[in-house]
Write a protein that binds this ligand. Structure first.
Ligand code: NAD
Ligand code: MG
Length: 395
């Protein structure tokens, strides 16, 4: 007897992770069906996805975009119900008919629907690392209370998850530390004196991946790795000193675990996000992902180096933030979202992203949040402070 197909909601289906998720799903029509697709503003892209995957719902962030999509859906006679707004995102995540939710909205905007999926006990595939950086302990409590399964999609965390014993109860007694690997971004060898002149387009040209613009800038500053350090702290329940970062430009090793006896396990493969996506979808099984296998005989070399503090000062903010009261990582994330947006709008220089993050962390000193409302208040205060820092630096 064939098992029924799993129903999937994809939050952020028009983004880089969303498109890769649909690519993997399209290879396994016998296993998955799409329940809902969502996007911020990309009406035509969501329309094309509705045509190809026939979801029950399509959600757009604003009523205006939903209206446009609704008109196009009617024109084409598609049996898709179009919804709008933040509550609709939560509804299609928590709907009793949904089994799997891919959280691939970028930034803190993804927190509420991702939390809704966690509370509803879904199998939650987490690409939206900002949700965990912002939500921290509250987010993990929601996953525990909901009784669902949280699976990392970020390639480093998927790699670590694949190297760890299946039974999480054995992790603390066996593991010594984890090593998150990083490409070092496109400016690994750029003279430090040239960093202030980096343009948004240069920062978004990542050497090994096509990604969204926000995460591309974060990769260039290594703030992406800073967020991943915080993400790892929560996913694997690790103290900050047990999380290390190593630059590995070829991105063949996707991260490693060192055990108590010094033995190291690594997960290797070509850098292709469809691998961690397929693993999350099929876990604990494995299925075809569409990625090219590694060709070891043509691998020239694998190199490693420590991240220099002068080049990547933002990376080091993560350990500081983890040692401070819990809402501090919410402040760091909010500051960074504001700074990156200002850089992409050419209101801030590349090297000033760190200046904004550092100044905001110094100015906003939260105490541990106990609810989503308290979290959002910290987030709002940090955003306002970060905007003020952007203005101060421009003046
Ligand atoms: P992206 O910018 O390509 O796509 C983001 C998606 O979110 C789009 O569908 C967009 O329409 C939607 N969105 C944006 N703002 C929204 C809002 N306010 N409300 C509702 N929807 C909104 O981003 P991406 O590269 O796919 O990254 C998505 C997430 O996955 C990020 O958190 C990123 O850090 C993480 N991630 C990405 C990669 C990668 O290779 N791209 C790897 C690891 C983790
Ligand atoms: Mg990653």
């Amino acid at each position: 007897m064939t098992s029924p197909r799993q129903t999937v909601t994809i939050l952020g289906s028009t983004g880089s992770i969303g498109v890769n998720t649909l690519d993997v799903i399209s290879r396994h029509p016998d296993r998955y069906e799409v329940f809902a697709l969502t996007a911020a503003t990309q009406v035509e892209a969501l329309l094309a996805q509705c045509q190809a995957f026939s979801p029950r719902y399509a959600v757009m962030a604003s009523a205006d975009h939903a209206g446009q999509l609704s008109a196009r859906v009617k024109e084409m006679g598609l049996p898709v119900q179009v919804l709008a707004g933040a509550q609709a995102l939560c509804d299609v995540s928590a709907d009793p008919s949904v089994q799997v939710v891919m959280a691939a909205i970028v930034g803190a905007a993804g927190l509420a629907p991702t939390l809704a999926a966690a509370r509803a006990g879904k199998k939650l595939l987490l690409a939206n690392k900002e949700a965990l950086v912002v939500g921290g302990g509250l987010f993990m409590d929601a996953v525990r209370d909901g009784g669902g399964t949280l699976l990392p999609i970020d390639s480093e965390h998927s790699a670590i998850f694949q190297c760890l014993p299946e039974d999480a109860r054995h992790w603390p007694s066996r593991l010594d530390h984890i090593l998150l690997t990083s490409s070092g971004g496109p400016f690994r060898e750029t003279p430090l004196s040239a960093l202030p002149g980096i343009t948004p387009n240069q920062a978004c040209a990542h050497p090994n991946f096509v990604m969204g613009r926000k995460i591309s800038v974060d990769s260039a500053t290594m703030m992406n790795k800073a967020l991943e350090v915080i993400e790892a702290r929560w996913l694997f329940d690790l103290p900050p000193e047990k999380i290390k970062v190593l630059i590995h430009p070829q991105q063949i090793i996707h991260s490693m675990v060192q055990f108590k006896d010094t033995s190291v396990l690594a997960q290797l493969g070509t850098p292709d996000m469809r691998v961690p996506i397929a693993y999350g979808l099929s876990w604990p099984e494995r299925m075809e992902s569409g990625a090219q296998p590694l060709d070891f005989s043509s691998l020239v070399s694998m190199t490693f180096m420590d991240p220099q503090r002068e080049r990547y000062p933002g990376l080091y903010l993560s350990w500081d933030a983890l040692l401070a009261p819990e809402g501090t990582t919410t402040v760091l994330n909010a500051a960074n979202e504001v700074a990156v947006a200002a850089f992409l709008e050419q209101r801030l220089r590349f090297d000033q992203i760190h200046a904004v993050n550092h100044a905001t962390l110094t100015a906003v000193l939260p105490s541990k949040p106990h609810s989503l409302d308290e979290l959002m208040a910290i987030d709002a205060e940090a955003r306002a402070m970060a905007e003020a820092q952007v203005h101060r630096l421009r003046a």
